[in-house]
Design a protein around this ligand. Structure first.
Ligand code: SF4
Length: 402
């Protein structure tokens, strides 16, 4: 997959297996690709890992980047093994001759090099020159490494200047984007476990992407790597930078009006839908009074009523599911119905599914929503009760009411 220029912004992730364990590494690469990773980075930290790459690369469904830290010979070995790119850390490979040797090998192989600067392993001289880890120091480290590559005519370069501080990484990438035209790989390093790690990564990477900065991204989470691949993909889709291939689940936050446990229903729906290739926006709403209207833009959704759920397509109720909340697993049934209708919607299209709507659905739904509205205006049902009282008291005006 191309990175930079007109290519779509890509999602990267990294394996956590021992690279020397070929089967385990390939299994994780396949899982990452299925979760949305376009490119997978694999550590090449010893001779066994480099040899394993020769087996992994031809069997991988996505391009493989070898991550090199200290030994430039491992970069040469990984290139020989057929990787699609190498990542070198200028703070760790400090001998310019070694960097040039890697550039020559990469040029012969026709693959790019990512210069991956990391605030935590900034070159000591640069640290001293700038008086610490600053945006200018990160950019200077990257550009000095880039100049070594350029000296030997190597220009197929990508750059990252990652830091665990979100303001620092944002400032560094902004500066880097002003100083060069090379494709940029964005990331907040050591972001930590979700949700905090996710929030930090989205804040940093999302801010830059929204400004038009960045060509490829990695969310570094202390979690199952498929989570970071899925989150990266979702970030790009939510910014409109990649087409949606899977479900975009929207759910109301719930409130006092909710007729069900929205959080549980949304969790179940997410679990069921997350790996389906259904390019739909699916809504889970807690009440029939506001749900279908608020989620009018969704392709399909469920709104919970007192006696079940209203299944709607583009805001129009097409079926009322009678679900007894006290029996069996009512939420499972709601999710199953939602999934089945979503699949039909993708296969048959909106018009066909609206034509197939239950004739009585809209009427029943409107009546139920209205009765809930009335109940809300009169939560104690005092008006209804007063009418019944009046019916009794006025019945045969001559008879005494006991
Ligand atoms: S859809 Fe209904 S339950 Fe959900 S937030 Fe809106 S009003 Fe509340």
């Amino acid at each position: 997959m191309a990175v930079g220029g007109d290519a779509p912004v890509s999602v990267q992730s990294m394996t956590t297996t021992k690279t020397s364990d070929v089967e385990a590494t390939l299994q994780q690469i396949y899982a990452l690709a299925a979760a949305g990773a376009d490119i997978v980075r694999v550590t090449c930290n010893d001779a066994e890992a480099a040899e394993a790459l020769a087996e992994i690369v031809p069997r991988s469904p996505v391009p493989i980047v070898a991550d090199i830290h200290f030994q430039y010979r491992l970069a040469l070995a990984a290139i020989e093994a057929g990787v699609h790119a190498v990542r070198v850390n200028p703070g760790n490979i400090r001998n310019p001759e070694h960097i040039r040797a890697v550039a020559h090998a990469a040029r012969r192989a026709g693959i790019p090099i990512r210069v991956g600067v990391n605030a935590g392993s900034l070159d000591k001289d640069i640290y001293a020159r700038f008086g610490g880890v600053t945006p200018e120091a990160l950019v200077a480290s990257a550009l000095s490494e880039v100049s070594l590559l350029e000296e030997v005519g190597f220009k197929d370069i990508k750059i990252s200047v990652k830091a665990s501080s979100v303001p620092l990484m944002i400032a560094a990438y902004r500066l880097l984007a002003q100083r060069c035209d090379y494709p940029l790989h964005l990331g907040v390093t050591e972001a930590g476990p979700p949700p905090e790690g996710l929030v930090k990564s989205i804040a940093g990477i999302g801010t830059l992407l929204a400004e038009g900065i960045g060509d490829t991204i990695r969310l570094s989470l202390s979690a199952d790597p498929t989570e970071e691949a899925r989150a990266g993909r979702t970030l790009l889709e939510s910014l409109g930078l990649r087409e949606r291939t899977g479900v975009d689940l929207v759910a109301c936050p719930s409130c006092g009006r909710a007729e069900i446990d929205v959080i549980e229903l949304a969790r179940m729906a997410r679990e069921e839908l997350k790996d389906r290739e259904l390019p739909l926006q699916v809504a889970v709403m807690g009440c029939v009074v506001n749900g279908p209207g608020e989620a009018r833009e969704a392709d399909i959704g469920l709104a919970a009523g007192r006696s079940g759920a209203h299944l709607f397509i583009k805001g129009k109720v097409v079926r009322v599911l009678k679900v007894d909340q006290g029996s069996g697993d009512p939420y499972r049934r709601m999710v199953d119905e939602l999934l089945a209708e979503a699949e039909r919607l993708v296969k048959e299209g909106v018009e066909a599914r609206l034509d197939a709507a239950d004739e009585s659905a809209a009427r029943i739904a409107a009546a139920e929503a209205e009765s809930l509205r009335v109940a809300e205006r009169d939560p104690n049902r005092a008006v209804e009760r007063a009418l019944r009282v009046r019916a009794i008291t006025t019945k045969g005006s001559q008879e005494p009411v006991l």
